[in-house]
Design a protein around this ligand. Sequence first.
Ligand code: KG4
Ligand code: ZN
Length: 347
Amino acid sequence: MKILAIESSCDETAVAILEGKGKKIKILANVVSSQIAIHQKYGGVVPEIAAREHILNIIPVINEALVLAKINKHEAPKKIKAIAVTAGPGLITSLMMGVETAKTLAFAWNLPIIAVNHIEGHIHAAWLATKTPELPAIALTVSGGHNMIVEIKSSLKYKIIGDTRDDAAGEAFDKAAKILGLGYPGGPAIAKAALKADKNKLATKKINLPRPMLNDPSSDFSFSGLKTALFYAIKKDKAWSKFIPEYAYEFEQAVADTLTRKVVKAAQRTNAKTILLVGGVSANLVLRQKLKKTIEEKLPKTTFIVPPFEYTTDNAAMIAVAGYFKFLNNQTFSWQKLTANPNLTLK
Ligand code: KG4
Ligand code: ZN
């Protein structure tokens, strides 16, 4: 059976088509129309512009996905069994574009709707990796809008055991990049700058940023102070602009160290069989490597799974996977009952 999925919670208009047979899933199309270039000049996402762009992009993106999946438009109502869509959390005007489109398609094609939580979607990107996650699992979901440790004891059942008390890691990357004049989005910009860090300069400069909340017994995070520490460090340093790669390096290390230590502790506490690293920040190579190495050392029996790069930042394939599992679990309803919820919580 095939599912068409829509994701529009922030600045990516995305549509995917998944084919599922029992536990086997295959992505037939994964189209993402990114608005990064448009928002870049404002240094972040402008909600009104994002919503307007979604309106322009959504139909062409659906058409492209149908072509890639080799589904003739007129046959779509027969070939597709359900419409999955991100219902929240996210920017309300952005979410509404995807939700209204999904409702219209479900009405016109007479199909059931599956509402997917955006974070639940990110978690399910892990099911697109080569290894299938075994439960119970611990998921570190890190992106621009969220930063959680989620325990998954059985399919589609989530328990949030850690959250950020202020900024998410991706948000911290974005703000740090702004401080260092590196542009938007900050995660890839910091990672690129950090690659140019000079070992000698690092040794002599001794930039020391904090690893927040490591001594706190909870699984919570707090990245706002780390960003402020960077701000004051460069304010005190008249020559800071000559050390941008070194500051970026230390910032990236501080975020990766903190996330790694917290998620490994949570996995130890909960006896997780698998650790999943998902969300936009999971594209970060330093974090991937650090977490992989720490798991190999401290939890050699635990499997580490991270999705392929194209499923790390916002996409609709991850929504399609979560949607497919929810379909199998009879979590579908009629289009009249669907509303976008910017504050949707993970349950
Ligand atoms: O999942 P996502 O596309 O959107 C949200 O749900 O928020 O994540 C976007 C976030 C941004 O904050 C961006 O800076 C961060 O993911 N990001 C990265 C990398 N690529 C994207 N952070 C660190 N390193 C990266 N390579
Ligand atoms: Zn996301």
